[in-house]
Design a protein around this ligand. Structure first.
Ligand SMILES: *Cc1c(COP(=O)(O)O)cnc(C)c1O
Length: 355
């Protein structure tokens, strides 16, 4: 038995999802005729408190559609230095949309500095400068360790952006984890922003798909962008059926993942050769470093050796580069797996330093 904490994307569809997929009523969604997709989009709009929603093949495409729809060619997009959009989406906004990314440093908790955003916003008055069209936020923040932006922070960012006539998009791949950690409905958390992408295929355990939500007018234009990118699918209600189960049944179990992650973080904090701040761990992601016997953090190559040793003890985790290691809890990981995980890490540490 392998414990796979590389990502919550490794989750498999639940029996209820398989059943719903088998029975799904379908039609041609490019004609708007797939009843299951239409139902999923209505449900997503309702849960997020937005006017409309669009089913898209992936989170990456959902973010790309949002950026291309909000920002025209040559209009700048403000993103965080640790954001998924900047690191892991092949530069889509710039390569496909012709939008330069204006990169601001993320704080350790995934937030951006309000004064730096204000200073980074440009209008069209100076011909040298690309005018800003969009501010992108990420909640929860993946590379910052699943950290959460509060409703107050989201509101402050949105107010500032809107004062300058700039739209706000949230990369909310794990927005349901954020709302769960805050104890508020997602609709409230995203009420200040213009658009949101969230993934069905992460902690919500659906096999494929994400949703983009926003105003009727935004989603109408986003549909055209989706077509441009080749994301118009046909009888994809088979996939949407699993998404409906995800929204109806898998949100309420997220506290389990957060509790397991916290247990793991607290266990690791007791290890002398692990560097972690367990107070930072508030959702289903934790990031730590391994320290060598001189208490210096391992570099990337040594961290890879440690991961390899963990794998030999039946534990899979991922690397974030620079010696940082990520573990993600999810559906299929039970609380007793956490003690097994801690034992495997202890053994992998011993192997790493005895070699
Ligand atoms: C996974 C992820 C995405 C992209 O989703 P894919 O479906 O893998 O393309 C975007 N943003 C964040 C923060 C993510 O974790």
């Amino acid at each position: 038995m392998v414990i796979d904490l590389r990502s919550d994307t490794v989750t498999l569809p639940t029996p209820a999802m398989r059943e719903a997929m088998y029975r799904a009523e379908v039609g041609d969604d490019v004609y708007g005729e797939d009843p299951t997709i239409n139902r999923l989009q209505e449900l997503a709009a309702e849960r997020t408190g937005k006017e409309a929603a669009l089913f898209v093949p992936s989170g990456t495409m959902g973010n790309a559609i949002a950026m291309l729809t909000h920002a025209g060619r040559g209009q700048a997009i403000i993103v965080g230095s640790e954001s998924h959009i900047y690191h892991y989406e092949a530069g889509g906004a710039s390569t496909l949309g012709g939008s330069p990314m204006w990169v601001l440093p993320n704080e350790a908790d995934g937030s951006l500095d309000i004064a730096q955003i204000e200073a980074g916003i440009a209008d069209e008055s100076d011909e040298h400068v690309a005018a800003t069209a969009l501010l992108c936020l990420e909640n929860t923040h993946n590379r910052c360790g699943g950290t959460v932006l509060s409703l107050e922070q989201m509101t402050a960012y949105a107010n500032l952006a809107h004062q300058h006539g700039i739209a706000v998009h949230v990369d909310g791949a794990r927005i349901f984890n954020a709302a769960t950690a805050l104890g508020i409905p997602v609709s409230k958390l995203v009420s200040p922003v213009d658009s949101l992408m969230f993934c069905l295929s992460k902690g919500l355990s659906a096999p494929v798909g994400s949703l983009l939500v926003g105003s009727h007018e935004f989603i109408r234009r986003a549909r055209r962008t989706r077509k441009l990118l080749g994301g118009g699918m046909r009888q994809a209600g088979i996939l949407a059926a699993a998404g409906i189960v995800a929204l109806e049944q898998m949100v309420e179990r997220l506290p389990e993942d957060h509790e397991n992650c916290k247990q793991l973080a607290q266990g690791l904090a007791d290890f002398p050769f692990i560097e972690i701040d367990p107070t930072r761990v508030v959702t289903n992601i934790l990031i730590f470093r391994v320290l060598d016997p001189d208490k210096k953090p391992l570099g990337e190559a040594a961290a890879q050796r440690f991961l390899h040793n963990a794998q030999a003890h039946g534990l899979l985790m991922g690397t974030m580069g620079g010696g940082k290691i990520r573990a993600v809890t999810h559906y299929g990981i039970e609380s007793h797996d956490i003690s097994v995980t801690l034992t495997a890490i202890k053994r992998a540490l011993a192997d790493t330093f005895s070699a």
